[in-house]
Ligand binder design. Sequence first.
Ligand SMILES: [Fe+2]
Ligand SMILES: [Fe+2]
Length: 205
Amino acid sequence: MDALLTALDTALRTLSGANHAARPCPRPGVEAAPLDETQRRLAGALMRVNHVGEVCAQALYSAQALTSRDPALRRQFDAAARDETDHLAWTQQRLRELGARPSLLNPLWYGGAFAIGLLAGRAGDAVSLGFVVETERQVEQHLEGHLARLPEGDLASRAIVARMKEDEARHADAAGAAGGQALPAPMRWAMRAAARVMTATAHHL
Ligand SMILES: [Fe+2]
Ligand SMILES: [Fe+2]
């Protein structure tokens, strides 16, 4: 019952935007020139996609913590989820600064990711951890791509994305070290395909 309430609380906080970062938002060392309208729009769209990614991260970790029976593993999922809450709050703040809005479909993304997290969790801890490894690696690559696409002068978004990328790599390593099992190729492809649908949609909606 407690665990269910925690999961419900996470969902409500994520979707209402009531998130508080434990760590300060990464900031660039130097002051950047203001962005022009085209750059601001592009940065807003890319950061909306990243915000959706973090909404999904909340749902995945929440569902996986709910289904895992190993207390040590639940603690690991919770620790990673705290980093994801920072990411969520940072991207949300950056969206506001860019004058962009979060995805209108966030409840849908959350629900879908939660269902996938439950499935991964039900498949057992080794698969669940393997799913974390694969997800975090794919996110890391995705963020690398965004560092190439974000406007050169958007130092504020870049600082956030660069820090997130470091954190996701650490989450993947930790899940691998905890016994994450390599996922079969068709599952990895399906995850990539789902991520492509999500990123393409969230760019606009
Ligand atoms: Fe994240
Ligand atoms: Fe992560």
